[in-house]
Each structure stands twice: as structure tokens, then as C-alpha cells.
Write a protein that binds this ligand. Structure first.
Ligand code: MG
Ligand code: ZN
Length: 187
């Protein structure tokens, strides 16, 4: 395998991309339910040499709706279900803050994506960022990542509202994104 493959990375939002979203926040492992096909899509990307990082706003922590232990338990469920289909997420970055904290990591600020690019030593210009909300795409576009909108989660609303960053590609779901990325690779 060429060394360049170790630099292949996809950055995913979590809620509405990997798992079903809720306006009432995902607060417990019981509420964390994978979107059909999303875990298999991650496994397909892994098999093609992609590492996967998650960048997720989790202001429910800052709002006191759940704590870091609950978040860890959700992610343990995610990792376990993913492992069962042969997939792997290499890192989960999350912002626990609310807008009032004025941090640099809460999307649309690009802080989390910047940390991920540095940690994984990847070139943002060839590293897809996938999200269902405008702020996911804005965070990516701020650093020159190619941006991809999925229509799951808040995706339909995001698409209808318009004003997507230039060049944003639109996919029905994470499965469609993965198949498209892998098809383009084999061109
Ligand atoms: Mg989302
Ligand atoms: Zn933050």
C-alpha cells in the first residue's frame, strides 16, 4: 500500500450524518441510533484506505443536558456497532461549548477541523468534510476542505435554505457519499 494512503482521511459530522438527529439533542446511548447504511459506508471507506475522524458540536454538554461520561458511552456504542460491520473511526473530536463560550472549536468556527488536519497530517484540499448543517460546511470551507452535504438529518432543510459554500457536493446520505468518493477514486 502506498504511503500516501495513510494520509487519506474523511471528516464526518456525527448527528444527522452517522446517526439519526433530534432537535432535543442525542443525550444517551439509547438515543444514539445509526442511520441505515452509515456504518457500512464507513467500513467501505476504511477498506479503501481512508481513516475517519468525527468533528461534532455537542453543546448539550455545555447546556447541562448530558455529561462527558454519557457522550463517551454513546461513542462506545458507535465504535462497537461499527466494529461489528468491520469499520473503524480513528478519532472523535467534539466541542462541548455553547455559543456563549465563544470558543474556537464550535462549528462554523474551523478550530476542530484545523486540529484534525494537524493531528492526521493531511492536506485540507483533498480531505472531504461531510455534514448535514450549513455550519459543518462553513467550517470546512474556511480552511479549503472540499465540502459535502448529506440530505439526512438537517440536510434537506440546509439544502432548501441555500447559500452553501461554493463547490459543495450533495449526496442522499453517507452511503451515497462513500460510493461516489470510491467511484471517483477508481476513475
Ligand atoms: Mg449534524
Ligand atoms: Zn468549543
Amino acid at each position: 500500500m502506498p504511503t500516501s494512503s495513510s494520509r487519506k482521511l474523511v471528516i464526518l459530522d456525527r448527528d444527522g450524518v452517522i446517526n439519526l438527529d433530534s432537535d432535543a439533542f442525542i443525550k444517551s446511548p439509547g438515543e444514539w441510533v445509526a442511520i441505515p447504511g452509515s456504518l457500512e459506508a464507513i467500513a467501505r471507506l476504511n477498506q479503501a484506505g481512508y481513516r475517519i475522524a468525527v468533528a461534532s458540536n455537542q453543546s448539550g454538554i455545555g447546556r447541562g443536558l448530558f455529561d462527558t461520561a454519557a457522550l463517551n458511552a454513546m461513542h462506545a456504542k458507535m465504535h462497537k456497532q461499527l466494529a461489528a460491520v468491520g469499520g473503524r473511526i480513528d478519532a472523535v473530536f467534539f466541542c462541548p461549548h455553547t455559543a456563549l463560550d465563544q470558543c474556537d472549536c464550535r462549528k462554523p468556527k474551523p478550530g476542530m477541523l484545523k486540529m484534525i488536519a494537524e493531528r492526521f497530517e493531511v492536506d485540507p484540499s483533498v480531505t472531504p468534510v461531510v455534514g448535514d448543517a450549513l455550519r459543518d460546511l462553513q467550517a470546512g470551507a474556511a480552511l479549503g476542505f472540499p465540502t459535502h452535504l448529506v440530505r439526512t438529518g438537517k440536510g434537506e432543510k440546509t439544502l432548501a435554505a441555500g447559500d452553501l459554500p461554493e463547490g459543495t457536493q450533495i449526496h442522499n446520505d453517507l452511503r451515497a457519499f462513500a460510493l461516489d468518493l470510491l467511484a471517483k477514486e477508481s476513475d
